[in-house]
Design a protein around this ligand. Sequence first.
Ligand SMILES: NC(=O)c1ccc[n+]([C@@H]2O[C@H](COP(=O)([O-])OP(=O)(O)OC[C@H]3O[C@@H](n4cnc5c(N)ncnc54)[C@H](OP(=O)(O)O)[C@@H]3O)[C@@H](O)[C@H]2O)c1
Length: 239
Amino acid sequence: MEIQDRVFLVTGASSGIGLATAVALAGRGAKVALLARSGDALEALSRRLPGSFPIPADMTKFDSVREAVGAAHRKYGHIDGLVNNAGRSYAAAVEEIEPEIFEEIFRLNVLGPIVAMQAVIPLMRAQGGGSIVNVNSGTAFMTVPRYSVYAASKRALLGFSLTARAELEKDRIVVSEIYPFITATNFGKNRMGKPGAGPAANYADGDTAEFVAGLIVQAIEEGQAQYFANDRLRKMAGA
Ligand SMILES: NC(=O)c1ccc[n+]([C@@H]2O[C@H](COP(=O)([O-])OP(=O)(O)OC[C@H]3O[C@@H](n4cnc5c(N)ncnc54)[C@H](OP(=O)(O)O)[C@@H]3O)[C@@H](O)[C@H]2O)c1
């Protein structure tokens, strides 16, 4: 899909990969609806990006997700693309998993993105097509001690994305997935779980958020099913 003059909704636009994606899309002439919980950060970003629109919303609250999609649609009259990027990880050994946090991670990383897709699909179908990009994780293909909940949430997202891609092909709605590797954002800092659980990676030495945003732009333009940050991940995925 062409990006110029199109309308995109980017979730998790207040930080990291989502922020870099909003900047990249606006730089290519798109109008970008910016969704996250941090209204002040979205306001500040929207002042930098002409045509953008801040929509404070919580992806774990499904009515809030539906209202955010409605607000973007009312503002622009159409929505051409959805980038489901908001997400967090959680460090806890299996024997220590707290069901409430498990639930929150699955609401944020799996159900929120599904509800956002459900809200945009009828709009895109009526428009004759659209692009949905779900930001997954290389962790979906790995066994990382203490990160089973996060990995399981991303494996679930993988399944829903590929199925939605097959279901929506007839409507010219293209569903793609991005698999970042370790990326230098606030992701490690925003991880849930006990502080002592420790980081699984040195995020500061990772890929840049701009690099991952470039993959998202590529996915929107080309529409293949999966994009990997590196060959190691591609091999692990058997792609
Ligand atoms: N960084 C990595 O190493 C890495 C690797 C693989 C995959 N990923 C994936 O990349 C995506 C983006 O992460 P990032 O690295 O850019 O991390 P980040 O800098 O922590 O950004 C996460 C974004 O998600 C938003 N968010 C968190 N909870 C939310 C909620 N309940 N409702 C709405 N928005 C919420 C945050 O905004 P607010 O706090 O303002 O709500 C923020 O904008 C995630 O899906 C993550 O799983 C990251």
